[in-house]
Write a protein that binds this ligand. Structure first.
Ligand code: ZN
Length: 175
C-alpha cells in the first residue's frame, strides 16, 4: 500500500471531471487500498479519486468513529434526493477551512462495488453529506465554490498564509 499525495486548492487538477471506471481489475483494487490508506492517515471521512489526481469515478467514505466501516462507491449516482440541511464541512484538499454548506438531507444512490456489481443505498446524516461532497469532487467542484466571492477571497488568503507558515516551519526544521 502507498500513501498518495492529496491535491490542494487552488490546484487546477481538482477541476478535472472524472471518467467512468470500466475495468474492475487488480489495478483498481490497489488504487482503492492506496486511497483508503491515504484517507485514514489524513484522518478524512471521505476521499474522491480526483483528490489524488486519478480522474476516475471512484469515492470512499468512512464516517464511523471507530474508523472500521469503509464504503467504496464506483461510478456513483444520486438517483433521488429529498429535504435539505446545512452542515459545517471541511475538505482534505482545502486544509484548515470549514464552512456551512446546504445539501440534500436524504439521498438514494446507485453505484458499483469493486467487483463491478451494481447496488443501491439510502443515505442520510453525515454519510449523505459526505457522499454529496465527494460526488462534487468527481465533477470538479469544491465546497468553497458555494461560498460568496468575499468568503472565497478570505479562504485563498488564509491558505496562502498557512502555506508560507509551513514553508518557514520546514526550513526551520531543516536547519
Ligand atoms: Zn473534499
Amino acid at each position: 500500500m502507498a500513501n498518495l499525495d492529496i491535491l490542494e486548492f487552488p490546484d487546477p487538477r481538482l477541476r478535472t471531471v472524472a471518467r467512468p471506471v470500466e475495468a474492475f481489475d487488480a489495478d483498481l483494487g490497489r488504487l482503492i487500498n492506496d486511497m483508503f490508506e491515504t484517507m485514514y492517515s489524513a484522518q478524512g471521512i471521505g476521499l474522491a479519486a480526483t483528490q489524488v489526481n486519478i480522474h476516475k469515478q471512484l469515492l470512499l467514505i468512512d464516517v464511523s468513529e471507530t474508523r472500521d466501516q469503509p464504503h467504496v462507491y464506483i461510478n456513483p449516482q444520486v438517483i433521488e434526493s429529498e429535504g435539505s440541511e446545512t452542515c459545517e464541512e471541511g475538505c482534505l484538499s482545502v486544509p484548515g477551512i470549514y464552512a456551512e454548506v446546504s445539501r440534500a438531507e436524504k439521498i438514494r444512490i446507485s453505484a458499483q462495488d469493486p467487483a463491478g456489481n451494481s447496488f443501491e443505498e439510502e443515505l442520510d446524516g453525515m454519510h449523505a453529506v459526505c457522499f454529496q461532497h465527494e460526488m462534487d469532487h468527481l465533477k470538479g467542484t469544491l465546497f468553497v465554490d458555494y461560498l460568496s466571492p468575499l468568503k472565497q477571497r478570505m479562504v485563498r488568503k488564509k491558505l496562502e498564509k498557512q502555506r508560507k507558515q509551513e514553508i518557514k516551519n520546514t526550513t526551520g526544521n531543516r536547519i
